[in-house]
Design a protein around this ligand. Structure first.
Ligand code: NOJ
Length: 748
């Protein structure tokens, strides 16, 4: 039968009639027409169903009250009440569930499969915080692209990454997921990772990215998970928003609400954040998903009286999809039918989601991501492992060095500490589908690197860091013959990630006993630190001469460590969070304001009493932002500006010479900061504005140029609008945020 479709929006389509398929299934029509056609066929129930995302696998959040179980969820799906699943992974499972959606629902709308692919799917790369320490944007784009390739080969369309929450809180377990404390660097990594994950989304080798957690989740008070955020709009715009904005501008398909409140309003129901900023001001055209149950949790926040109100507040604020709280599924049909939520708003949310399903090509080929053969050859492909190894070593920060690199001819090596050999503790909570058995431990890495050496191992500590009695004796006898001791301290892998806030950041006491026992033998020592956050290393730094911060390096952790120990890789990473000297300093960060009574460590005397300082601990962090050593040594000289005055349309060229004074080729991360000396409102004492990661050959001098346009001297007002104020600036260039050369610049 020949049918003519007349759309309510006044378009006459005849092409699809001839083919006798509904317009939304017609590849030749535009996505907009197909979306409109599909929408016109959907019931309110089916529309609400598209906004419902259901957990179909492991829990990455609390169980939901009255969870319907697997069978119940499949029933919901068949009734058209599920638009997306999270945590269903692998071609076999995703294919089976997708078939249900296509064959056994009225309209055959394909599902979206989402998963937290945070730093790799099966091949696990270093945690994002570590990777950011490489300052290697191309590298981060590449690891995201590989993660996407593996995840998409396993049936997934969507990752809940990158997390772009600026944070100054090492107590917060989730700092591991971000790129540290600096808005500029965080924004550059946001762009790199969004581009890597998504490509242009038209093939089947990429996944949608999700910018999270919108907004300012990294500012949770005292670093406690799910806690309050209370912050000025000025701080919000200048410290926290730039990375989300950059990710949206880079084309991120989705954004996730955060768990926190902002201005007393939960982010999920915060119209300022979602409607006003994200959708209107930034023109975001993807869709917004809640965080796990965060719509329903507006009741516990004391913002919503009940589920009906929570659902209404969420959707009216501009949030589109409900992950796991079920409040849309339970209440929205009635609310819409009663006219309490306008149908137009429901339609808009559904359209945003459908548009992405069309963009991914799922209506034309719903099974394009479910090819078991492709999955098999993609996961853990040798070229992915190679990238993981390079990524691991380029993210490890050399904090102090007296004896590295170690000679290749070592005959006898003593390795200490549970963390050196535990496969179980090399990966963190957000390890994707990474399997502990596919990881390389430090002990394995060292054995492989030194095949001719005798490598002995003493566990010395339990997983929790308790000292194992009697270990001293063993250490003493083995150390006698050892050329070097390599001892690992830190935290076990599962202590990094969501719901893993910590109130103590010292290495466990038993690990300190282990180090002391090793030191007593007088055998040269290397201390490795493995953790997903900066720990407080003041006591370690006092006592030990060589410290490598290895973070959580992923599948190739041990090989990455061994490459650095042996000097096959010259370390180049630099911290992206300040390392506190004491817990009492937290939050401690480089881009703070000066205060009216500033103080620097070392300044004493009567003028330094009534000042902003602690009486018992230093003001400065143990290691500043941007810090990290190399086996090479770099000397900075001749900082020059092409002009000392510029107007708002001009650019100044900043030139500096960096000499590698060592005998080893090395990569240096040259950092450019500014300070706006007088501004209303005030500006921080330093702000990163650019950086270059360059290889400088032994003995050579590189002339490094930065183009600094006047616009980079600007900032945001409390509404997120640009400000550029004339006046005096300092321009700094250096090897970290503290050791810099400086020059004056005037903006006319
Ligand atoms: C809660 C986390 O906050 C979020 O980052 C994650 O993507 C979801 N759970 C899904 O696992």
């Amino acid at each position: 039968m020949k049918k003519t479709l007349i759309f309510t929006f006044g378009l006459l389509i005849s092409v699809s009639c001839l083919a006798q398929i509904p317009a939304y299934k017609d590849k030749n029509l535009s996505v907009n027409l197909r979306v409109k056609d599909l929408l016109s066929r959907m019931t309110v129930e089916e529309k609400v169903g598209q906004l419902n995302q259901v957990n179909g696998g492991v829990l990455t959040g609390p169980t939901v009250a009255n969870d319907p179980g697997a069978a119940g969820k499949m029933n919901l799906l068949r009734q058209g009440k599920v638009g997306s699943f999270l945590n269903v992974v692998g071609t076999e499972q995703t294919l089976a569930v997708q078939k249900e959606a296509i064959n056994n629902t009225r309209l055959g709308i394909p599902l979206l499969f989402a998963f937290d692919v945070i730093h790799g799917y099966k091949t696990v790369f270093p945690i994002p915080l570590a990777e950011a320490c490489s300052w290697d944007l191309a590298g981060a784009q590449n690891t995201a692209a590989i993660a996407a390739k593996e995840a998409s080969s396993a049936g997934l369309h969507w990752t809940f990454a990158p997390m772009m929450d600026v944070s100054r809180e090492p107590r917060w377990g989730r700092v591991m997921e971000g790129s540290g404390e600096d808005p500029y660097l965080q924004a550059r990594f946001a762009e790199a990772r969004v581009t890597g994950f998504q490509g242009d989304l038209s093939d089947n080798e990429h996944v949608m990215a999700c910018v999270k957690h919108f907004a300012a989740y990294g500012a949770v008070e005292a670093g406690k998970e799910y806690n309050t955020v209370d912050l000025s709009r000025y701080a919000l715009w200048n410290y926290y928003m730039p990375s989300y904005k950059a990710a949206v501008k880079a084309g991120a398909a989705t954004v996730m609400n955060s768990f926190n409140i902002l201005d007393g309003v939960p982010a999920s129901g915060n119209g300022y954040l979602v409607n006003d900023v994200l959708k209107k001001k930034w023109g975001f055209d993807g869709f917004v998903v809640s965080d796990w149950a965060s719509f329903g949790e507006m009741i516990a926040h004391g913002y919503s009286a009940n589920e009906t109100e929570a659902a209404k507040q969420a959707i009216m604020a501009g949030s589109d999809m409900d992950m796991e709280s079920q409040v849309f599924n339970k209440t929205l049909v009635n609310t819409v039918n009663e006219g309490d939520v306008p149908l137009a708003r429901l339609d808009e949310a559904v359209e945003r989601i459908l548009r992405m399903k069309f963009k991914l090509g799922l209506f034309d080929d719903p099974y394009k991501y479910h090819d078991a053969e492709r999955e098999k050859r993609t996961l853990l492909a040798p070229e992915h492992i190679k990238v993981a190894r390079d990524a691991a070593s380029s993210s490890m920060v050399l904090l102090k060095n007296e004896i590295l690199p170690l000679k290749k001819e070592l005959k006898n090596i003593l390795v200490l500490g549970h963390l050196s050999e535990s496969q179980d503790d090399v990966l963190d909570f957000w390890k994707g589908q990474g399997d502990h058995k596919n990881t390389v431990t430090i002990l394995e890495g060292i054995k492989a690197k030194y095949p001719n050496a005798k490598v002995s191992f003493v566990k010395t500590c339990t997983r929790d860091g308790e000292f194992i009695k009697g270990s001293e004796k063993e250490i003493k006898s083995l150390a006698k013959k050892a050329d070097v001791i390599i001892a690992t301290i830190g935290l076990y892998g599962d202590l990094a990630g969501e719901a893993r806030a910590l109130g103590n950041l010292n290495p466990p006491a038993g690990q300190m006993e282990m180090l002391a026992a090793a030191k007593a033998t007088k055998t040269p020592m290397v201390v490795l630190v493995q953790a997903g956050r900066p720990l407080i290393l003041t006591d370690v730094v006092k006592e030990y001469g060589t410290i490598l911060y290895t973070w959580i390096g992923g599948s190739q952790h041990g090989n990455g460590v061994a490459d650095i120990l042996a000097g096959d890789v010259n370390p180049s990473a630099k911290t992206v969070m300040s390392f506190p000297a004491s817990l009492g300093q937290v939050p401690v960060y480089y881009n703070h304001y000066n205060s009216g009574r500033p103080h620097s460590d070392g300044q004493e005397g009567p003028d330094h009493f009534w000042v902003s300082r602690y009486r018992d601990i230093p003001n400065e962090p143990l290691f500043p932002f941007g810090y990290g050593l190399s086996y090479s040594t770099f000397v900075y000289s001749d900082l020059k500006l092409s002009k000392t005055e510029i107007n708002k349309n001009e650019t100044v060229t900043v030139e500096v010479k960096v000499t590698n004074t060592s005998k080893i080729d090395g990569i240096e991360i040259v950092q450019l900061y500014i300070r706006d000396l007088v501004a209303q409102p005030i500006r921080p004492v330093k702000e990163l504005k650019d950086f270059k990661r360059i290889m400088i050959k032994a003995g050579e001098t590189a002339v490094v140029n930065f183009e600094l346009p006047a616009v980079k001297l600007g900032f945001y007002d409390e509404n997120g609008d640009d400000l550029l104020q004339k006046g005096a600036f300092k321009v700094f260039v250096g090897t970290n945020s503290k050791e810099v050369l400086s020059a004056d610049l005037e903006l006319k």
